[in-house]
Design a protein around this ligand. Structure first.
Ligand code: NI
Length: 431
């Protein structure tokens, strides 16, 4: 044998023998394939029994029972109904957090499914249907699938996996705290301290088999505001005897629109200021004393977020002053920007491409929707990504969006979610 041939034989033998890492990857894929039907059955069970934020009692019990069966340490009643699971690997290493949100929405399901929700409840004093119209049922089922896959290879795991089953992503009932913010406050990221956190969201924007993400700002910060314009009541026929808060409110609505369009650098990041309601007056010929407006502010850059708040204050107060009226502004901060840590994203992107296939992973534009996963990302580096669950024979325009009573999850996309989360966790711990 010449040296060249000998080397060639050696190299091909090396190529044919899978490395330890490759064998582990194969074990994960095999286990993910085995749990797929269970994940679908679990998703249907949760879909048929949806629960609103901070009321996810049945869902929480199902999660805790399943984690215990898998030999995972369980902590219940975190942030009301949240469940934290701890899977300690056989070797020392870092701690990776995997998050799934658990809550449903006050939406009456219109999808024709044998396991469609018929649940009704009272929400803010109104009788409503309850539906997993945002796909959080799929998130819980996927993460329980991941827990099963990873518990099967725990001896080979270097580090710890923390499962964060989180209530009330859509917001807590009036007067209650909840969601990721409360989980962080109650120490869900401590003991042991989470080094990085991952989460996914099913979406009808992308077809089954696809994963999408964006480094840095991927979803918006959401803040709400309330403006009370105070004028002076008078007869509708003699406006000069009073101060008309309706005309001032109208000027403010238009003034606010110039903040995203004229005042901030729209090439840096998009932003939106929306007035969602105006209330004032009782009769056609009376100029009222005051007008109340509420609205939402969406931004994708932290500095711009503060800047927009300051500009709203300036606009509201000065327009009111110009008419001799006064205006009270209250801005209530909501969810922060869903910010994918650029270093972590770059490190984990090859995993997503390997798992889904390079051509099925897209880097996409940000959205002005919001996600409270952002509270975890404020504390530790995190990566949030979209999982396509739109049927392949539908276009994005045809598919009902999240929160619609017609929102539909093609379950053939869930298996990829299990594989993606499991591999992301293992690869992170390996690095
Ligand atoms: Ni959601």
């Amino acid at each position: 044998m010449t040296l060249a041939i000998a080397l060639g034989v050696l190299m091909s033998t090396a190529a044919a023998t899978p490395s330890l890492g490759q064998r582990m990857d194969q074990r994960i894929d095999d286990a993910a394939a085995r749990v797929e039907q269970k994940v679908i059955a679990c998703r249907r069970d949760i879909h048929e029994h949806p629960e609103l934020g901070n009321r996810e009692m049945r869902t929480a019990k199902l999660i805790a029972d399943r984690l215990r069966e898998l030999g995972i340490e369980v902590k219940e009643n975190v942030a009301h109904t949240g469940v934290v699971g701890l899977l300690r690997g056989g070797k020392p290493g870092r701690v990776v957090g995997l998050r799934a949100d658990m809550d449903a929405l006050p939406v009456t399901e219109q999808v024709d499914l044998p396991f469609a929700s018929k649940v009704r409840t009272t929400y803010n004093g109104q009788e409503v249907g309850v539906m997993h119209a945002c796909g959080h049922d799929a998130h819980v089922a996927i993460l329980l699938g991941v827990a099963e896959v990873l518990s099967g290879i725990r001896d080979q795991l270097s580090g710890t996996v923390k499962f964060l089953f989180q209530p009330a992503e859509e917001g807590a009932p009036q007067g209650e705290e909840g969601g990721a913010e409360l989980m962080v406050k109650e120490g869900a990221l401590e003991n042991p301290k989470v080094d990085a956190v991952f989460g996914l969201h099913v979406t009808s924007r992308y077809p089954v088999g696809e994963i999408a993400y964006k480094p840095e700002g991927m979803m918006a910060a959401v803040d709400s505001f309330k403006i009370i314009v105070k004028g002076k009541q008078t007869h509708g026929a003699y406006p000069w005897l009073g101060v008309d808060p309706i005309v001032v409110a109208s000027q403010i609505v238009l003034g606010l629109q110039t903040i995203p369009s004229r005042q901030v650098d729209s090439t840096l990041a998009p932003s939106v200021v929306t007035v969602g309601a105006i209330h004032g007056g009782v009769r056609n010929n009376i100029i009222p004393d005051s007008v109340e407006m509420i609205g939402t502010i969406r931004s994708l850059d932290a500095k711009m977020r503060d800047d927009i708040h300051a500009r709203i204050k300036r606009t509201v107060e000065n327009i009111a002053a110009s008419a001799g009226a006064t205006a009270e502004l209250t801005i209530t901060t909501g969810y922060p920007i869903t910010y994918n840590d650029p270093t972590l994203t770059e490190k984990m992107a090859p995993t997503l491409r390997r798992v889904a296939g390079s051509s099925n992973v897209r880097v996409v534009n940000a959205t002005l929707g919001a996600e409270d996963f952002s509270f975890f990302q404020q504390k530790v580096p995190g990566l949030f990504f979209w999982l396509g669950t739109r049927p392949k024979n539908q276009t994005a325009e045809e598919a009902a969006s999240n929160h619609s009573p017609l929102f539909y999850v093609d379950e053939s996309g869930l298996g990829l979610g299990v594989r993606a989360m499991a591999h992301v966790a293992v690869d992170y711990l390996r690095q």
